[in-house]
Design a binder for this molecule. Structure first.
Ligand SMILES: Cc1ncc(COP(=O)(O)O)c(C=O)c1O
Length: 392
């Protein structure tokens, strides 16, 4: 075959990617071992029935055609309303572009703000696709670690120290995957002040906003930020629609109209019947409260179950779908810990170091299992933690 582009070869560097424990757990589960998978972030339940029915009606109703590139008007309106609630600042349809999932919103945000050779700062621990998304734009990035000791809150001074003359954007994620940290108003204000002072874009990934109760603070509503913030949103987590691939980006009208050209050459608009179902789901908040209650309940249940465990410290874990546990007092090598937990207790978790230096010595627990399974896993973790100490 002729030579592929350097760009496509460069998106994912080869070698170890931190998902080895997860894939081993999955293979062993498929082979019949009673493994509890706490490594993935996809719901253990299906999309709400009302949304499914809305989609079936739309398919039967003949919604099979091309749609407007930035999204059908009804959907953009519903997303604008959701953005007003998510960010706390009035948002209109012209400030919205629909995308197939939050990932494409992220891709569009990076493509829209960074040229080849431009620089961005990414706050870690971060979601696994971030580095590849910058590489796809041939942009450089510096990772700035939010510290475990700070509950994984980002520090504006550390971010400012990483800025370069060609820095154009900062990417953050709150509520955070993998740490579950919900960035405080104080952290957001310091970051916003820095973005205004250095004339930077702020790319704010808020796909877990409904899973943080009242605590979610969007930087878009802060002074001077509406003109420089692009918010990544998705229906995957909030509406139980991971496989439907529906998300959106909100930002200044001028940037949104420029991004329509990206849709023209990539997705050419969103699936017609999916757009109709998504609009109905947003207009009626199908599943939103039930799903938020499920994760809030599971988080409390699991954290209560591990609260009494000596040598395990909970960090972040305030919102979203994950809990982050500091296990370094038991075993500083989190990968070793995760492999041993899988071998001895048949629980699959993600080693924290898969998400960068700051999460070293931690394990990430996904809450995408029913209460009884999470309680079983907490019991296995308890047994493992005490026997591991004895053996050491
Ligand atoms: C922080 C974060 N951002 C974006 C995404 C992408 O979500 P979507 O399924 O909407 O593409 C995910 C998915 O897990 C995520 O965890």
């Amino acid at each position: 075959m002729p030579k592929p582009s350097n760009r496509i070869n460069g998106i994912l560097p080869s070698g170890k990617d931190g998902w080895e424990v997860h894939f081993a757990a999955m293979t062993r589960k498929e082979a019949g071992e009673p493994i509890i998978m706490l490594s993935v972030g996809d719901h253990d339940f299906d999309t709400p029935e009302e949304t499914v029915e809305a989609c079936v009606r739309a398919v039967r109703g003949g919604y099979h055609h091309y749609t407007q590139l930035p999204g059908i008007p009804r959907l953009r309106k519903a997303m604008a309303k959701a953005s007003t609630r998510c960010t706390g600042i009035e948002t209109n349809s012209d400030q919205i572009i629909v995308t197939p999932g939050g990932q494409l919103a992220l891709y569009a945000a990076v493509q829209g703000t960074l040229d080849k050779g431009d620089h961005a700062v990414v706050v870690a621990p971060y979601y696994a696709t971030y580095p590849g998304t910058f590489r796809a734009a041939e942009a450089e990035f510096t990772v700035v670690e939010a510290q475990a000791a700070d509950g994984f809150q980002p520090r504006a001074e550390a971010i400012e120290a990483a800025l370069k003359p060609n820095t154009r954007a900062i990417l953050i994620n709150t509520p955070n995957n993998p740490t579950g940290a919900v960035y405080s108003r104080e952290s957001m204000e310091a970051l916003a002040e820095l973005c205004v002072r250095h004339d930077l874009w702020l790319l704010s990934d808020e796909v877990y906003w409904t899973l943080a109760g009242e605590k979610h603070v969007s930087p878009r509503a802060l002074p001077g930020m509406a003109e420089r913030t692009l918010v990544i949103n998705s229906m995957s987590k909030s509406h139980g629609m991971t496989g439907w691939r529906i998300g959106w980006l909100s930002g200044p009208e001028n940037m949104i109209s420029l991004l329509v050209s990206l849709n023209l050459v990539t997705t050419y608009g969103l699936t017609d019947f999916v757009s109709r179902a998504a609009a109905e789901a947003l207009e009626n908040d199908y599943g939103v409260k039930v799903i938020a209650d499920i994760y809030n309940g599971r988080r409390t249940l699991f954290l209560d179950a591990v609260a009494g465990l000596n040598d395990i410290v909970v960090r972040g874990s305030e919102g979203g779908m994950y809990v982050m546990l500091d296990v370094s007092a038991i075993e500083p090598d989190d990968e070793k810990f995760a492999w041993a937990l899988l071998d001895e207790e048949k629980v699959g978790v993600m080693p924290g170091s898969s998400f960068g230096e700051a999460a070293k010595g931690h394990i990430r627990i996904s809450l995408c299992q029913p209460d009884n399974v999470l309680m079983d896993a907490a019991g296995r973790l308890r047994r493992f933690a005490s026997s591991y100490r004895k053996a050491a």
